[in-house]
Ligand binder design. Structure first.
Ligand SMILES: [Cu+2]
Length: 218
């Protein structure tokens, strides 16, 4: 009886630890941040992340604010009630939208974003493909990230991709973090998990790839 209990206890602890051990790292934009100053957050979206347990999976990577290194994680710690200036280098190909609603820019400052310096409020997906969306449902934020044309030179096949040399769209936008601290879920609404059920499995459901949290702290 005691032996059985030990086995069960071991399995419970082992399962819990394996979850803890596989949680992606957190990149903090709070350390060294002076209150009130805007935060600059730089991320990229790759067709294949090139690192970790699933190097072929589609993913975000984020740049550390001080050392400017690419980190494969979607846990981003941000100060509350602060303007966040976001730059996303979008290296992946795309597809037409299943729902044109996801082509709208919402919830950002000015309800707009820029692509290669040009302001836009909507992506017409009859004209352009969309690779991913940066969407924070509880904050009403949605930014469509246009797909690159894979027939052009310099398509990045494995991350981290280099914005200086490889084909991408540079998308920028700003938003304000809420006053209320908490973990705000963000995700992609393009079924971009190719090879997984309906495109919505695998990286679409795994922390660190196409979904994550804005960890807003006071
Ligand atoms: Cu996606």
């Amino acid at each position: 009886m005691l032996g059985l209990f030990a086995v069960v206890a071991f399995l419970v602890v082992w399962t819990a630890m394996s979850f803890v051990a596989t949680e992606p790292a957190t990149v903090s934009f709070i350390k060294g941040h002076s209150p009130g100053a805007p935060v600059h957050l730089v991320a990229q979206t790759d067709g294949a992340v090139g690192t970790g347990a699933h190097p072929t999976w589609v993913s975000y990577q984020v740049e550390t604010p001080q050392s400017r290194k690419w980190v494969h994680t979607t846990l981003w710690q941000l100060p509350a009630n602060t303007r966040i200036d976001v730059t996303i280098y979008q290296f992946d190909s795309g597809s037409p939208l299943r729902n044109q609603q996801w082509g709208r820019v919402t919830g950002t400052i000015g309800n707009s974003a820029t692509i290669t310096g040009t302001t836009f409020q909507v992506v017409n997906s009859y004209q352009h493909t969309v690779g991913h969306t940066f969407t924070v449902p509880t904050l009403g934020i949605n930014v469509p990230l246009r797909g690159v044309d894979t027939s052009k030179k310099g398509f990045c096949t494995s991350g981290p991709c280099n914005p200086k040399t490889q084909l991408h769209h540079t998308v920028t936008f700003s938003f304000k973090t809420p006053k209320l601290p908490g973990n705000y879920r963000f995700q992609c609404f393009i079924p971009c998990g190719a090879g997984h059920y309906a495109g919505n499995g695998g990286p679409m459901q795994t922390l660190g790839y196409m979904g994550g949290f804005l960890e807003v702290q006071a």
